[in-house]
Design a binder for this molecule. Structure first.
Ligand code: PLP
Length: 385
C-alpha cells in the first residue's frame, strides 16, 4: 500500500490532503517517496523558517537528546534558563518574563488566561479574519465560521471588530475588556497587513482603558517579516506576545512573552508537562543563533522586497492584489486559488492558500536566490498561462 493510502486509512481525516507524501528535506527542498524534488514554500506552515535539517539545529537536538530531554517546570534547567534570557533580551522593550508551551494555540490560550487573571475582566476583542488557533479559547478569538461553528458554544466574552478599523475598536474596548488580541499581519486571513495607525491606536486604547494588548506572532515571529518580531515594524510594546511555529526550528514549541505590567504570576495558575523541555529549548537556542549568524532577518527583508516587486510586476487579469512583508507573501486572485496551488505542485513548487482566493508563500529565510527565482517564475507561468 502507498504511504498516502496507508496514512489516509488511519489518519483522523481533518486535513484536506494534497496527494503528496514527503519523506526527506534539506534547506529549501523536500522530496517525495519517488525521489521527486520540490521547492518548499510551505515550510511546515511557517515552522521551518531555517529550512529543513539545518546542521546547527540538528547538532543541537542530537546533543541535547543525549544529555537530557525532559525537565518539568518544577525544576530549573540550563538550556531553559539560557533560552528565556535570550528570548527576552531579543524581544520588544518591556518584555520581562515568558511561559513556554508546545504550540501556537497553547501560547494564545496562555495569553488569554493571563490577561483575565491580571485584569480580573472577562472580555476579549479580536479582529475579523484573524486566526489564533483551535483550542476553545484560541478558537473563540479566531474569526472563521468554518472553524468555529461545529464547536459552539465557545468561550463567552469574545467579540470581533473589522481589522484596521480603529473607530470600531474604540467603540468596543471598555471597562470589561481584558485584552485586545491582534496579528500584525493576518496570515490565515489572507496576508493582510495591519496598518500602523490601527496597531498603535489599539495599543493606546488598551493602555488608556486598562486592557492588555496581546500580539499573536505565531506566524510572523522570528524573522519572517524582515524583523525578528513583526511588532518592531510599528514600535509595538505588547503586554503579551505569542510565539510558536519557527521558534523551535521544527521541534514543537510555543511561548507567551510577558510584559512588565504582568509581573510574576501566582503559583499553579497555569502549566504544561512538556512546555519548555530542554530538547525544544536547545533547538530554539540554535534557531536564534542561526538567525543572528546568517543575517536571516535582513535576508528576509531584502529578498522579500525583491519578490514583492516581481510579484507586483506579473501582468495577469487573474490577480486582484499582491501583499507582503518580508518573506510573508500573498497573491490574492479574483478566482479560486486551489487550481493554481495544484498546478504549482505539479511544477515542483509547494505553496499554501490563505483563504479561498489567496496564494500564500512562506519560503524558508535561507532559500537560495535561484530557488526563489524559480518559485516566482513558476508563479508567473501559472498565472499568465
Ligand atoms: N496564531 C496564528 C497567527 C497562527 O497562524 C496559528 C497557526 O497557523 C496559530 C496561532 C495556531 O498555532 P498552532 O497550529 O501551532 O496551534
Amino acid at each position: 500500500m502507498s504511504i498516502i493510502d496507508s496514512e489516509s486509512r488511519r489518519d483522523s481525516g481533518v486535513y484536506p490532503k494534497r496527494g503528496l507524501a514527503l519523506v526527506r528535506g534539506e534547506g529549501a527542498l523536500v522530496w517525495d517517496e519517488t525521489g521527486r524534488r520540490y521547492i518548499d514554500c510551505v515550510t511546515g506552515i511557517g515552522a521551518a523558517n531555517l529550512g529543513h535539517g539545518h546542521p546547527r539545529v540538528v547538532e543541537a537536538i542530537q546533543k541535547q537528546a543525549q544529555t537530557l530531554m525532559v525537565v518539568p517546570g518544577i525544576f530549573s534547567n540550563d538550556r531553559r534558563a539560557e533560552l528565556l534570557e535570550r528570548l527576552i533580551s531579543a524581544a520588544p522593550p518591556g518584555i520581562e518574563r515568558a511561559f513556554l508551551s508546545n504550540s501556537g494555540t497553547e501560547a494564545v490560550e496562555g495569553a488569554l488566561k493571563f490577561a483575565r487573571l491580571h485584569t480580573g475582566r472577562p472580555g476579549f476583542i479580536a479582529a475579523m479574519c484573524g486566526f489564533h488557533g483551535r483550542t476553545f479559547g484560541a478558537l473563540s478569538a479566531t474569526w472563521s465560521k468554518t472553524y468555529r461553528k461545529p464547536f459552539e458554544p465557545l468561550v463567552p466574552g469574545f467579540s470581533h471588530v473589522p481589522f484596521n478599523n480603529l473607530e470600531a475598536l474604540d467603540r468596543a474596548v471598555n471597562s470589561e475588556t481584558a485584552a485586545v488580541i491582534l496579528e500584525v499581519v493576518q496570515g490565515e486571513g489572507g496576508i493582510r497587513l495591519g496598518s500602523r495607525e490601527f496597531l498603535r491606536g489599539a495599543q493606546e486604547l488598551c493602555r488608556e482603558r486598562g486592557a492588555l494588548l496581546i500580539v499573536d506572532e505565531v506566524q510572523t515571529g522570528l524573522g519572517r517579516t524582515g524583523r525578528l518580531f513583526a511588532c518592531e515594524h510599528h514600535d509595538l510594546h505588547p503586554d503579551l506576545l505569542c510565539l510558536a511555529k519557527s521558534l523551535g526550528g521544527g521541534i514543537p514549541m510555543g511561548a507567551v512573552l510577558m510584559g512588565e505590567r504582568l509581573g510574576e504570576l501566582p503559583r499553579k495558575v497555569h502549566g504544561s508537562t512538556l512546555g519548555g523541555n530542554p530538547l525544544a529549548c536547545a533547538a530554539a537556542l540554535a534557531t536564534l543563533d542561526v538567525i543572528r549568524d546568517e543575517g536571516l532577518v535582513e535576508r528576509a527583508a531584502s529578498l522579500g522586497e525583491r519578490a514583492l516587486q516581481q510579484l507586483r510586476g506579473i501582468e495577469s487579469d487573474r490577480i486582484r492584489e499582491v501583499r507582503g512583508l518580508g518573506l510573508f507573501l500573498g497573491v490574492e486572485l479574483k478566482e479560486k486559488a486551489s487550481p493554481f496551488v495544484r498546478r504549482l505542485q505539479e511544477n515542483g513548487v509547494l505553496v499554501l492558500q490563505a483563504g479561498p482566493t489567496v496564494i500564500r508563500l512562506l519560503p524558508p529565510l535561507v532559500i537560495p536566490e535561484g530557488d526563489l527565482q524559480q518559485v516566482l517564475d513558476a508563479l508567473r507561468e501559472v498565472l499568465t498561462g
